[in-house]
Design a protein around this ligand. Sequence first.
Ligand code: SAM
Length: 228
Amino acid sequence: MNVYYVKLIKKIKKLNNRRLAGLRLYKKAGRVFVRNQSKKLAESAVFLKRFVRQPRQVGSVVPSSPFLTKAMMSKIEWADACCVAELGAGTGVFTRAITSKLKPDGKLFVFEIDPALKSIIETEHPNLAVYGDATELQRIIGRHGVSQLDYVVSSLPFAVLPPRATALILDAVDKCLKPGGKLIAYQYSKHMRNYFEKRFESVTTSFVLCNVPPAFVYECTKKGCAEN
Ligand SMILES: C[S@@+](CC[C@H](N)C(=O)[O-])C[C@H]1O[C@@H](n2cnc3c(N)ncnc32)[C@H](O)[C@@H]1O
């Protein structure tokens, strides 16, 4: 029997009295992991409830898919990513990916305005400080002695947020990104493209079909050369 299955069986035995229903086994980097699907479902249910309460703030009915997560993460040069902010973390699908890829000495500032969603992330990442409103970005990073960010990863639904909030957040992103730094953001339409083009030196988009709904990934680079 191959080593992978032996490991799988050991893992299943370890589960002992845990219910197997709802548990999914998967392999990553040669190791076997167990993902609790019912936890994932519960998180998605909270996300949907928050959407029903605050549709314009949450902006989507389900968390982003692994395909969108991969597309967003592929825009980041991890070796250069020392200070990163994540805006609109939801249930933390990107937070999970960022924390697994960020250098051990990298700094991550996570923002999620919804208290129920924020507490999901805080439970999963007890050592990570999660902040509220993304309009506070500049003040929060400054409080930690950081003046410039290498990347801002955003899931904020700019197209449906109040225009004043969108402008405030993008002003803060502009002030906090280093020259040549990048805003990586997804949107469900090309509505924001002109707006981004006015603010950034270059804007490129790619399309991710396998997401509900399909999404455009924007890679927006701030004016000026990156310092080496
Ligand atoms: C489309 S959801 C994305 C959630 C998650 N990142 C994902 O991709 O599955 C957008 C999130 O932004 C949050 N949000 C909206 N306005 C915000 C603000 N001003 N500051 C921080 N988070 C905000 C919402 O509560 C929601 O969780």
